[in-house]
Design a protein around this ligand. Sequence first.
Ligand SMILES: C[S@@+](CC[C@H](N)C(=O)[O-])C[C@H]1O[C@@H](n2cnc3c(N)ncnc32)[C@H](O)[C@@H]1O
Length: 224
Amino acid sequence: MHKVVKYGNIKVSYLSCLEGGGRNFGQEFIRVVKDRFGKVSHIFEYCAGPGFIGFSLLAHGLCNRLTVADINPDAVECCKKTIKDNNLENKAVVYLSDCLDSIPQTERWDLVVSNPPHWPSDENKYRDNIRNFDPCLIIHKKFYRDVKKFLKLGGQILFQECELATTIKDFQPMIEDNGLEIREVFKAKPLSFLQCILKFKKISKYTKPSAFYFICMQQISNKQ
Ligand SMILES: C[S@@+](CC[C@H](N)C(=O)[O-])C[C@H]1O[C@@H](n2cnc3c(N)ncnc32)[C@H](O)[C@@H]1O
């Protein structure tokens, strides 16, 4: 049975089994995008699940168009339902895609956001839990290898990672070897304890916003 969370005028459909943090710490993207980028034309959410982050950015007026994609057909069905229920057909589109493999060549983005699987693992762990694990960081590696062809000139990327799982050193080579530049690594301005309780209700060390850091990247060369 679908659940619903409302961001502005958009009702986002989801299943509990698809939640990957976008409904709680992932909402930090709203403040961060507002402060650092302002409104952009077209946002893509990678590893979107039900699109908590992307649809919330759209609802907060931070983009005109939204593309979301995920490998899980159930997540894609939720996104389709959200698009249909909110009459977003002319503003949002969803793709079923392993990494960026099935994204149409015509897609062009100003900003890519993602709360991807955070924990490096082996294949077995990934097969058991595709929300949390990234086998040998292949989901990150393939993204950084392929994203440039979808970025508009000057396009930027903003990933939210978990400091209990990785550091910037895990990603630096795969980012820089693919013609992207790390502009900033930072944590969102912390909320007070009371704000956290009110905003996120249930907090564990794995979901408290202070456990997460943002990496902001930009394209610097034409290297493929
Ligand atoms: C940490 S969850 C984040 C979900 C959602 N963005 C959120 O914040 O709640 C990671 C997401 O990555 C997706 N995923 C895992 N492997 C993938 C792959 N190879 N290609 C695309 N998406 C993938 C999972 O299905 C899951 O929805």
